[in-house]
Design a protein around this ligand. Structure first.
Ligand code: FAD
Length: 381
């Protein structure tokens, strides 16, 4: 494994995003969490900064950078707001599917507005029948008079009601072995019969909209098919495994950094027995554990992102990074709450939010059980 080091340009990007976050995100994160508001007005600002289209080539309105830079942006945003982090990460998820599978016409039609923040993107795969078994999804598209007629219900979809561009995975037939054959279509807000449904009241990652979307006889022109008919499982899986999990790992690296910084700050300020609790060895052990988990998650995440940028296989590496970062963000947040004594459970401090955000990060992009299955399958091959 090569030594991983950020370039000077990447450090400058981090600084620019950090300044934006300190100004626009940090002061408002608690309020977005409490009221469960997604700050959609920040998308055009993040477009100006180049965050929305960070990995999108400049010819489609993007910044023309890569997945390491994307992880930097998500880490910085999620250091203060995991909710805004997942809203952005899902915007990227949908854009990546268009970028990798879209026609030239589709890329030119959708990506520039998504990069500028004029439009928000989502990816709708999960259904009430179970996200882990997504191949068994029930939403279907039937070709009638040259148009796809789409019907079905999606649940737990990030950006559900705020997305202008909504990519759906649907069943369009069966393959030669009789298994469901999936395709992906690009739906647009306002298409007759495309109806965002109830919004979930989540434990964590609040400040992002998660909810149902229903399709009732939505007429979809053939030009809205994303990729070839029958290629939907591959398109959705590539986006989820290389962009979704990558994003959730980076979000939890941000949460882990939050835990580390808050544990240091609090332990230096809290005086017991006439001296800061940072002098107590048990407290130092917590800080050490927070540091180790942050550094390990960070290395796993950026290493996997560097593989993606190099065009190398990276799905297993993102599964490892996602599993490690999400589970240890939960552990670090719990430890940090312990370190703070009674203050740890007072909502004036952000650590309770970090714990809730970390817990809510586990299912998104596939549960820890599923990541373990992927990792073990890779090892047993
Ligand atoms: C905050 C949030 C945002 C999300 N955003 C999106 C989105 O934008 N788009 C989208 O399509 N989906 C989204 N999801 C859905 C997410 O992908 C699913 O929640 C996830 O895939 C798990 O599916 P499920 O909730 O139906 O659980 P289930 O699949 O029903 O799983 C239930 C339990 O069974 C376990 N299990 C399942 N299969 C196996 C197995 N083979 N071996 C061992 N254990 C197993 C699971 O680990 C879990 O513990 C989001 C979820 C959350 C929480």
């Amino acid at each position: 494994m090569e030594f991983f080091k950020f370039s000077e340009e990447q450090e400058m990007l981090r600084q620019a995003v950090r300044e934006f976050v300190d100004h626009e995100v940090a002061p408002n994160a608690a309020q977005w969490d409490e009221k469960d508001i997604c700050p959609v007005e920040l998308f055009p600002m993040m477009g100006e900064l180049g965050i929305n289209g960070i990995f999108v080539p400049e010819e489609y309105g993007g910044t023309g950078l890569g997945y390491i830079e994307r992880a930097i942006c998500l880490e910085e945003i999620s250091r203060h707001s995991g909710g805004l982090g997942i809203a952005m990460m899902t915007h990227h998820l949908g854009m990546s599917a268009i970028l990798s599978a879209g026609t030239e016409e589709q890329k030119r039609k959708y990506l520039p507005d998504a990069c500028s923040g004029k439009k928000i993107v989502g990816l709708s795969v999960t259904e009430p029948g179970g996200g882990s078994d997504f191949i068994g999804l029930k939403s279907k598209g039937e070709l009638k008079d040259g148009q796809w007629i789409v019907n079905g219900r999606k649940c737990f979809i990030t950006n559900s009601s705020i997305a202008d561009i909504d990519i759906w995975a649907i069943r369009t037939g069966t393959d030669t072995k009789g298994r469901p054959s999936l395709s992906t279509v690009i739906l647009e807000k306002g298409m007759p019969g495309h109806l965002p449904g109830r919004k979930e009241n989540k434990l964590g990652l609040r400040g992002s909209v998660t909810g149902d979307i229903n399709c009732v006889d939505v007429k979809v022109p053939p030009g809205q098919l994303l990729g070839k008919e029958g290629a939907g499982a591959k398109i959705a899986m590539q986006a989820i495994s290389e962009v979704g999990r990558a994003g959730m790992a980076a979000i939890c690296v941000g949460i882990l950094r939050g835990c580390l910084e808050e544990s240091i700050k609090f332990s230096k300020e809290r005086i017991l027995y006439g001296k800061p609790i940072s002098k107590l060895q048990a407290i130092q052990f917590i800080i050490a554990e927070n540091k180790v988990d942050y550094e390990a998650a960070r290395l796993l995440t950026y290493q996997a992102a560097s593989l993606k940028d190099a065009g190398l296989p990276c799905a297993d590496e993102f599964a490892i990074a996602k599993l490690y970062a999400t589970e240890n963000a939960v552990n670090a947040a719990k430890r940090t709450i312990d370190l703070m004594g009674g203050y740890g459970v007072i909502n004036e401090y952000p650590v309770g939010r970090y714990l809730r955000d970390a817990l809510a990060s586990i299912p998104s992009g596939g549960t820890s059980h599923i990541q373990k299955l992927i990792i073990a399958a890779g090892e047993l091959k």
